[in-house]
Design a protein around this ligand. Structure first.
Ligand code: ATP
Ligand code: MG
Ligand code: MG
Length: 550
């Protein structure tokens, strides 16, 4: 039954359409261009875009750039790229709130004319003091009695730069004794002599968010203005603004719970701090959960879509495990990516009885569960590399990989038996000698002999040297995200760089954002920033195994 599974926002929209409150559905995503978007924003983007799609409506992309202090063009461009990548298509509906500054000014004048707004001389501190508390009503502003003419003249003077920052504000006249503090004559315009990233120095007054946002929505014909729970207490003000300004077909604000990831830094403010303090390599550092970082790490738009769908839409705050995001990317890549061999910590293996100079091209199936991905070849020869953890001089019981005297299978190739090994002066194993069984080609012996271990390898002369980066959470999960003083509990092991890795030669042409499964190691993605044609760099997206179950 479809109605049962509809989320609460769809239920509201269904009813609005049924009762004729609106004829179509028109949503928007309104980021402030003061930083990069993160996984939480992805939820909001996909929700708004998804609803427009579902109801055959429209979706607007709108930069909410009414506060020039922190806004930059760099962020505008990055945000556009991220939203496109996620697949949300605003077509020709890209807007900037700053394009409405003239209309917003006219709206403020309209309120003044109606006696619904007045210019105040109070400072920010005084306004806070006069506002009262939850248990105490506010005090009237001494400027409240100003005439309409006086207010119009003063507001024009504000616009014309006659006042210093912070000396005058325009307040909506609502109710100083309202139980909702947001309704106690909220400030709707302030003086700020600042250069705006788009309007330059045209304006020295700027509208406040609670005033600007409903106007932006109303101008664009938004039917459902979806935001997060912290704006619930602002809804009466939102409704007041659209009502007093007499907009036809007023938009409706609906709040849902933010996405929170357990022990993960999401707030723009904190990500920005990590970037500015140089703790991470920019907004797209693969340890972050900004959309740019997730893309660089190797996440796909499909995996993020799947993730936000699993999270669901709710009115109640909850915390989601990062493991669920990992589950989604594994599920997405499982059938889509080729499985390749990579050696992260190499030891040289020499097959003593394999003819010197001989090379065989072995054909390997790319993805055993998806034939459509075809095959590739890997050369096999006398000298190989295997991973250090696949050899032990003196193994415990139940160790089935390579050790002196033991026979193992080299994946896709032959049975080999370790006959000798060499160490350097520090006792580190540097070379392993084996013999191979030519009859076991393909990994099975005609005499039915069984081996318990299968290990991966790369051909030493042909393998490509690569750098591989392994990641852990950037914060220490034992300690939690924040210290008592609000600083972050950083995990010193969040990044491990392995510089001497070797990958199959078939990976030589791998390009930025290409991703692969590396046998037993996980899924990896070519780093878009640092990888070069002859110096490949891979990021581990996620390891293969997890205890996470849906
Ligand atoms: P942050 O709080 O992380 O700094 P923000 O809310 O300041 O982000 P905006 O650019 O103002 O960022 O947000 C754009 C839209 O994204 C808003 O509608 C906001 O409610 C929504 N949004 C922000 N964070 C989340 C989140 N964690 N989950 C869902 N939606 C979010
Ligand atoms: Mg913000
Ligand atoms: Mg916020």
């Amino acid at each position: 039954n479809e109605t049962v599974s509809r989320n609460f926002i769809e239920q509201i929209i269904d009813k609005d359409l049924e009762e004729g409150h609106c004829k179509t559905v028109h949503t928007r995503f309104p980021p402030e261009p003061n930083g990069y978007l993160h996984i939480g924003h992805a939820k909001s983007i996909l929700l708004n875009y998804g609803l427009a799609q579902e109801y055959g409506g429209k979706f607007n992309m709108r930069f909410d750039d009414t506060n020039p202090t922190k806004e930059k063009n760099e962020f505008v461009e990055a945000i556009k790229e991220d939203i496109k990548w996620l697949g949300a298509d605003w077509e020709d509906r890209l807007f900037f709130a700053s394009d409405y500054f003239d209309q917003m000014y006219e709206c403020a004048v309209k309120l003044i004319r109606k006696g619904k707004a007045y210019v105040s001389d109070l400072t920010a501190d005084e306004i806070r003091e006069y506002r009262g508390t939850l248990t105490e009503p506010g005090k009237e502003d001494p400027s409240v009695g100003r005439s309409v003419e006086e207010n119009l003249a003063l507001f024009e003077d504000m616009k014309n730069g006659k006042f210093e920052d912070g000396t005058k504000v325009l307040r909506a006249r609502i109710d100083m004794s309202s139980p909702n503090i947001n309704m106690r004559d909220p400030v709707i315009y302030r003086v700020a002599h600042m250069t705006h990233h788009r309007t330059g120095d045209k304006w020295c007054i700027y509208p406040m968010y609670d005033f600007a946002h409903p106007i932006e929505d109303a101008i664009e014909g938004i039917t459902h203005s979806i935001c997060t729970l912290e704006f619930e207490d602002h809804r009466p003000l939102y409704d007041w603004v659209v009502r007093e300004l007499e907009f036809e077909n007023p938009p409706k604000q609906i709040e849902f719970a933010k996405l929170y990831l357990k022990n993960v830094v999401t707030g723009k403010r904190y990500i920005k701090k990590l970037v500015e303090e140089g703790i991470v390599d920019g907004w797209d550092d693969p340890r972050l959960v900004s959309i740019a970082a997730l893309r660089r790490r190797g996440f796909t738009p499909e995996s993020i879509k799947q993730f936000v769908e699993l999270c669901g839409i709710s009115k109640a705050n909850s915390v989601t495990d990062y493991a669920m995001l990992e589950y989604c990317i594994r599920e997405d890549l499982k059938l889509k990516r080729a499985r390749m061999m990579a050696v992260l910590d190499p030891i040289k293996v020499i097959i003593d009885n394999y003819p010197e100079g001989q090379v065989e091209e072995l054909t390997v199936v790319n993805n055993m569960e998806n034939e459509a991905l075809g095959t590739h070849t890997v050369p096999f020869c006398r000298e190989l590399y295997i991973d250090r953890e696949d050899f032990m001089e003196d193994p415990p019981k139940k160790y089935f990989r390579m050790f002196p005297g033991n026979e193992v299978r080299l994946m896709q190739a032959y049975f080999v038996k370790c006959v000798d090994y060499k160490k350097d002066e520090n006792g580190k194993v540097v070379e392993i000698h084996c013999t191979y069984d030519p009859a076991s080609k393909g990994g099975n012996s005609p005499d039915g002999r069984k081996v318990k271990g299968t290990i991966h390898w790369v051909p030493a002369p042909y393998a490509k040297k690569a750098e591989i980066r392994l990641y852990e959470n950037i914060v220490d999960e034992e300690l939690g995200v924040y210290n008592e003083d609000g600083s972050l509990n950083l995990n010193p092991n969040s990044l491990t760089i392995l510089k001497e890795c070797y990958v199959e030669p078939a990976l030589a042409d791998a390009k930025a954002y290409d991703s692969f499964q590396f046998v037993r190691q996980g899924y990896f993605c070519v780093d878009a920033k640092d990888s070069k044609e002859d110096a490949l760099v891979f990021n581990r997206i996620v390891s293969l195994k997890s205890s996470y179950k849906l």
